[in-house]
Design a protein around this ligand. Structure first.
Ligand code: XUL
Ligand code: CO
Length: 443
């Protein structure tokens, strides 16, 4: 049975195409800097937004009209798997990602929940035998159910800690079974509401204990994939422990976890933390910790995680710049942790949204690649720091100097000359590269 009957496989038709169900810029086979777009961008569909969510918001009921609306329970779960693989194939995406509760309903007991999981995991495994779409990552949802009201691995209740461990154990087994490329931890409830009732040190120590046990279990079952922490500063919890990449990195370093973990960086989480997307990518990259990306965007007018599809070419360009500078995403990918707006309630919108995001990232990739090829920013930055290539600057970076010698140097200076940072000039250059790229693909 086809769920998206009116839609054929989305093909690349080029920038002049007016077909809404065609890629204008994303050409999976086109080579950019020696690799195909498909290999570099590694797009992934988020199961929860595309197949499980229905447009519910805190003020109103779901609005989405889906071809599986008439079904319930395990029948609904099965239909969603069928629809998912149809959409993956039609969009020609190489990856998908899911939470345990996205794919199958929770039972009355953990045992029943695991049994439901097994049925659907078996079905997904069957589909994956013939589909090209692989699992980018899976994760355990430890935030929706009321049992996580005070946290999961950071709950004051040891029974909740144990239950959470059981969920991740099952998730790691599923990752192994389905050949996942990564395993993700997003700690939506791992944080606190008020310090008045919180033992912050015990909670953080416990979170580290939890991660170490996850590492041990993965080793035990032969699951050798990067573990990814997904930082977010707030929402749903007022203060989340994995606030941003820098905070997460300090945590991983303190608890001796850097060998096993990297980061899954989400654009909208970065902006909620008061950073840009590219700031978070850069912080991870220069520390060798860039694992994967949740590709979406927020809204500057709204202070919450709006999870919009990433259509902002400027932001995607700067993100792709970091990703290319990282030498790519390795086993990571660009996962559309993004939802169609509540008013975009038709099934067709799922396609429009993904096409929009994929095209906008394809443009970002091309612009970023050209910026790197032409060494536009590299040569400017190299020049800007050239005082460290000789004399006292070289002595500083080579660790051959001291405060005494530096004072002598300073005393001899008759003047200090700085040069302009040229922010506006560089911004104009980025605009020029974007426009050049767009006109070259349209030409
Ligand atoms: C929540 C969020 C999650 C994670 C996986 O903001 O981004 O969907 O990506 O749990
Ligand atoms: Co996310």
């Amino acid at each position: 049975m086809a769920y998206f009957e009116n839609i054929n496989k989305i093909e690349f038709e080029g920038a002049s195409s007016k077909n809404p169900f065609a890629f204008k810029y994303y050409n999976p086979e086109e080579s950019v800097g020696g690799q195909t777009m498909e290999e570099i961008l590694r797009f992934s569909v988020a199961y929860w937004h595309t197949f499980t969510a229905d447009g519910t918001d805190p003020f109103g009921a779901g609005t989405a009209i889906r071809p599986w609306d008439n079904l319930k329970g395990m029948d609904l779960a099965k239909a969603r798997v069928e629809a998912a693989f149809e959409l993956f194939e039609k969009l020609n995406v190489p990856f998908f990602a899911f939470h345990d509760v996205d794919i199958a309903p929770e039972g009355r007991t953990l045992k029943e929940t695991n049994e439901n999981q097994d049925v659907i995991l078996g079905m997904i495994k069957e589909y994956m035998k013939t589909s090209k779409t692989k699992l980018l990552w899976n994760t355990a949802n430890m935030f929706t159910n009321p049992r996580y009201v005070h946290g999961a691995a950071t709950s004051p209740n040891a029974d909740v800690f144990a239950y959470s461990a059981a969920k991740v154990k099952k998730g790691l087994e599923a990752a192994k079974e389905l050949g996942a490329e990564n395993y993700v931890f997003w700690g939506g409830r791992e944080g606190y509401e008020t310090l008045l009732n919180t033992n912050m040190k015990l909670e953080q120590d416990n979170l580290a204990r939890f991660f170490h046990m996850a590492v041990d279990y993965a080793k035990e079952i032969g699951l050798n994939v990067p573990f990814l922490i997904e930082p977010k500063p707030k929402e749903p919890t007022k203060h989340q422990y994995d606030f941003d990449v820098a905070t997460g990195l300090a945590f991983l370093q303190k608890y001796d976890l850097t060998d096993y973990f990297k980061f899954n960086i989400e654009a909208n989480h970065a902006t909620l933390a008061g950073h840009t997307f590219e700031h978070e990518l850069r912080t991870a990259r220069i520390n060798g910790m860039l694992g994967s990306v949740d590709a979406n965007q927020g809204d500057t007018l709204l202070g919450w995680d709006t999870d919009e599809f990433p259509t902002d070419i400027y932001s995607n360009t700067l993100a792709m710049y970091e990703i290319l500078k990282n030498g790519g995403l390795g086993k990571g990918g660009l996962n559309f942790d993004a939802k169609v707006r509540r008013g975009s309630f038709e099934a067709d919108d799922l396609f429009h949204a993904h096409i929009a995001g994929m095209d906008a990232f394809a443009i970002g990739l091309k612009v970023a690649n050209k910026l790197i090829e032409d060494k536009v920013l590299d040569s400017f930055i190299e020049d800007r720091y050239s005082s460290y290539n000789e004399g006292i600057g070289l002595a500083i970076v080579e660790g051959r100097t001291s405060f005494r010698e530096l004072e002598n140097h300073a005393l001899q200076l008759t003047e200090i000359r700085n040069t302009s940072g040229r922010t506006e000039r560089l911004k104009a250059v980025i605009n020029q590269y974007i426009l050049e790229t767009l006109s070259s693909v349209t030409a």
